[in-house]
Design a protein around this ligand. Structure first.
Ligand SMILES: [Zn+2]
Length: 89
């Protein structure tokens, strides 16, 4: 199993080298492709290091915070927490 993962790492390096050659005149695409290849290599390396380590925490939400809905005690309509219901309750 370890040998296969090492092979995948080598493939990732080859992919990086390939993109370095193919996109050397296009810095934007080159940068993006290398980042993707590096992420793939990191994933393989992490899998090889051990499966006891917990997965990384999910990325923080970008901007939008989920609104918690609460039922209006008077009419039962769900409204955003902290906001007054349209019924006045
Ligand atoms: Zn209400």
């Amino acid at each position: 199993m370890g040998a296969i993962l090492k092979l995948l790492l080598i493939i990732a390096v080859v992919v990086v080298a390939y993109y370095m050659y193919k996109f050397r005149s296009r810095p934007g695409v080159f940068k993006k492709s290398v980042k993707a290849a590096v992420e793939a290599a990191k994933k393989v390396a992490a899998e090889e290091e051990g499966r006891d380590t917990p997965p990384p925490p999910p990325p923080p939400p970008s901007g939008k915070v989920p609104v918690k809905l609460v039922a209006c005690p008077k009419c039962g309509t769900y409204v955003a927490e902290g906001k007054a219901c349209t019924c006045g309750g």
